[in-house]
Design a protein around this ligand. Structure first.
Ligand code: NIG
Ligand code: FE
Length: 405
């Protein structure tokens, strides 16, 4: 064993270790940390000596949370749409009033790099404060080749200069922008022939996501874009069946995607295909509720053995939420997931949706990204959904307490 920097002991350790049942709880547990990674996990009585020992007094220690689906880089907000929706306005009325994804394009395109990064980092400070130590960030609010590259370069700049959260960048083909609806075939070709290759060349994202739905990209367009991504060695995933399942789940299965996300309207055939291909189903309950959509078929996904993740969908339209514990609550209440399923959804299964091994677990070799809670029972976190920041005692990033921001 390497020289141990820190031992955290007398903890209820939620390992999320796939080799253990359920959440892999060790009631009187400990973990040892060396060089920012977990070097040992076991019973507190067996813990190795260390330079620094932290006693948790029997309280809960979990992996740092993993938010595997966000659109966190954008400028402007759409509080007006929230108010319109609350007053009963529907999608079309809001779009007619200039709302929707297109409404975020203008302020995002107009913002400087520094402004975008400052806005992003303000959100990341909140994200980390709510216990999230790994976050996926999609581009998708510029929708020009150069503009999407710029968004991903801003994300990369932020990732290089911050001490957490860990950032996983994704290129998102979000929409055909209003100025290109007349030549959408040419736009899709630009994505395939210019944007995707440039992203791969510069290493600006590890995967490509397409919003395949009514009003966004068709199944054929999705196939073309994700095909280009696979050709360049990028992983693929998709927004599937938020409003209508166009067959994207089957396509994702065929392509060996990491995840299918949203899934309010996913078909039985789509679920079977996802199960066969081992694709993670990413649940976004905050967006589902805010858009007043039906709950995805959780029972069918569970019965098919599809791993479920839970994410914030952090975006200016349907879910302006940096707090993953609130999604944990919505998953366990509105979506009818068990507490164990919801917790695996923001830890191990979320990391699987990002193609990250070890992350989201407290197992040997995983990064020492942790949350020490002021409660003992995993259920307390979603149960006391309004108190998550005061339930957090400390967030550790790569073995060190994350600095307060
Ligand atoms: O994941 N579904 C598509 N995109 C976002 C919404 C983005 C927006 O409204 O700005 C989502 O919910
Ligand atoms: Fe989304």
């Amino acid at each position: 064993m390497p020289d141990i920097d820190t031992v955290i002991r007398d903890a209820r350790v939620m390992t999320c270790d796939p080799a253990r049942a359920g959440l892999g709880m060790i009631d009187h547990g400990a973990i040892a940390i060396a060089n920012g990674a977990i070097a040992w996990v076991g019973e507190a009585a067996d813990a190795p000596p260390a330079r620094r020992t932290i006693e948790l007094g029997g309280r809960l220690l979990t992996p740092g949370l993993v938010d595997c689906h966000t659109h966190a880089i954008f400028a402007g907000d759409r509080a007006n749409e929230f108010a319109m929706r609350a007053a009963g306005a529907g999608y079309l009325e809001i779009a007619a009033a200039g709302g929707g994804i297109a409404a975020t394009l203008m302020p995002t395109r107009a913002a400087s790099d520094d402004e975008l990064i400052e806005l992003l980092e303000g959100r990341l400070d909140l994200v980390l404060g709510h216990g999230t130590t790994t976050i996926e960030i999609k581009s998708g609010y510029d929708l020009t080749v150069e503009g999407e590259l710029r968004l991903l370069r801003c994300v990369a700049r932020s990732a290089q200069t911050r001490g957490g959260p860990r950032i996983v960048p994704t290129l998102l083909a979000h929409l055909v922008p209003p100025e290109r609806t007349g030549d959408r075939d040419a736009f899709v070709r630009e994505l395939c022939d210019q944007l995707v290759p440039a992203v791969a060349r510069e290493g600006l994202a590890t995967s490509v996501d397409v919003y395949c739905d009514e009003g966004a990209f068709t199944l054929a367009e999705t196939r073309a874009i994700l095909g280009a991504a696979k050709q360049r060695g990028l992983a693929v995933r998709g927004h599937v069946g938020q409003f209508r399942d166009l067959g994207a789940a089957d396509l994702l299965a065929e392509l060996g995607a990491l995840s299918g996300d949203h899934l309010e309207q996913v078909t039985d055939a789509g679920i079977a295909a996802m199960a066969r291909a081992g694709i993670v189903a990413v649940m976004l309950p905050g967006a589902c509720i805010q858009l007043r959509l039906p709950v995805p078929p959780i029972d069918k996904l569970r019965a098919a053995g599809v791993a479920m993740a839970v994410a914030s969908d952090l975006n200016p339209g349907s879910s302006y939420c940096e707090a993953l514990p609130i999604q944990l609550w919505l998953a366990a209440t509105h979506y009818g997931m068990t507490v164990d399923e919801a917790w695996l959804g923001v830890t191990r299964h979320a990391a699987k949706a990002l193609g990250l091994a070890g992350v989201g677990t407290l197992t040997v070799g995983a990064p020492a990204d942790l949350v020490a809670w002021r409660c003992e029972d995993p259920a307390t976190v979603p149960y006391r959904y309004g108190a998550s920041t005061s339930l957090i005692d400390e967030v550790y990033f790569a073995g060190e307490p994350a600095p307060p921001r």
